[in-house]
Design a protein around this ligand. Structure first.
Ligand code: X2X
Length: 357
């Protein structure tokens, strides 16, 4: 009997010590997404988590929670919940984290990227460059591990009242914006009447006519939510962009083996390519479509502006001269926000963009 017990203990010890590190992994991890599953952002998060599950042979099983489910609808509390471990992962907009991390307002500086020759190239240069490193360092310092970029998209204005091609046209319009202060400043500078509203309540607000308009990306949000059901006018003004950041709670990140961390980073990189492509298709120089064809994942519609016109929307595309009028009208907003974001970061972004030309 004693012998049997000893053998059993030896056997058990052997089993326990030979168990790989993933024995301590959770059976499921939670990833937060603010908009719905049908958004480009939702699809990007699903793409990322599917890849991770597949490449780790199911060791890391991440479930996407869409529509701000984990946030009780309050999107600007996401960063704090991820930091304190209530959430394990998030694919998050810089906009929703910017109340806690001021440098993330960089890409929300009105018309800063819209004024560049190639706004996508400029964005890629800054996110892959020194500015991107500084933004990631700021996130890490505040207690979340950033592991990759993705993209919601350049944000375009829609409204139910009239075509907007100049600041005079937007004057007096009630526009729903996210609860991040730079938006209030930008829309006030244009003479509009900005109203804070969580995305979770926004479509009901559009339906009830509580606001006249809103701003969100064409491919990523406006088409998936069928914005033409509420608004007949869209202005492609590219005034800001919200890149997305995939982030992990640092304790969760440390619990993964080095090998699994490497796999997750690789999946985040591929999700970035996919996410950028679905956000840009039909709106860039054709690179996005070429990439989606190469991975056999071309979405419909692939020509978003034609599609929106077919749904009855009046599409106004600003000329560089018209963009410049908006740029000048928001000079005070950039002046106020550059010191809050950090002069160093803004200069680093300008240098990254200049070096990419
Ligand atoms: O609230 C929005 O407009 C959305 C869904 O784009 C963000 O979360 C930034």
């Amino acid at each position: 009997m004693k012998k049997l017990c000893t053998l059993l203990i030896i056997a058990l010890t052997l089993v326990v010590t030979s168990l790989p590190a993933f024995a301590q992994y959770k059976s499921q991890y939670k990833l937060s997404v603010v908009p719905g599953a049908a958004s480009g952002w939702g699809k990007s998060a699903q793409y990322f988590t599917d890849l991770v599950r597949e490449r780790t042979d199911g060791r890391i099983n991440i479930k996407c929670y869409f529509s701000s489910q984990l946030l009780a609808g309050k999107q600007t509390s996401e960063f704090l919940m991820l930091r304190n471990g209530a959430i394990d992962f998030a694919m998050a907009s810089t906009i929703n984290w910017s109340p806690q991390i001021k440098p993330l307002n960089l890409t929300a500086l009105p018309f800063f990227l819209a004024m560049q020759d190639d706004r996508y190239k400029a964005l890629d240069a800054l996110s892959a460059g020194e500015a991107g490193k500084m933004m990631f360092a700021a996130i890490e310092k505040k207690g979340v591990k950033p592991i990759g970029w993705a993209e919601n998209g350049f944000r375009e204005l829609t409204n139910s009242k009239r075509a907007v091609a100049s600041p005079a046209d937007i004057k007096g319009l009630k526009i729903r914006v996210v609860g991040s202060p730079i938006f209030i400043d930008a829309f006030k500078a244009l003479g509009a009447n900005p109203v804070n509203m969580n995305w979770a309540e926004a479509t009901t607000g559009f339906q009830q006519g509580v606001v006249d308009g809103q701003e969100n990306p064409t491919n990523g949000i406006n088409i998936p939510v069928k914005i033409w059901n509420y608004h007949n006018f869209i202005t492609e003004w590219h005034y800001i962009i919200d890149p997305l950041i995939t982030g992990v709670n640092p304790r969760v990140w440390k619990s993964f083996s080095k090998e699994d961390q490497a796999i997750i980073l690789e999946c985040a990189k591929e999700a970035e390519l996919y996410s950028k492509a679905i956000s840009r298709v039909g709106l860039d120089d054709g690179s996005a479509l070429a990439y989606l064809e190469s991975i056999n994942m071309v979405p419909t519609p692939a020509a978003p502006l034609v599609f929106l016109a077919e749904q009855g929307m009046t599409v106004t595309k600003l000329t560089p001269e018209q963009t410049k009028v908006f740029y000048d009208a928001t000079a005070g907003v950039r002046e106020k926000w550059i010191p809050i974001i950090g002069e160093d970061l803004v200069n680093a972004a300008k240098a990254d963009i200049a070096a990419s030309k």
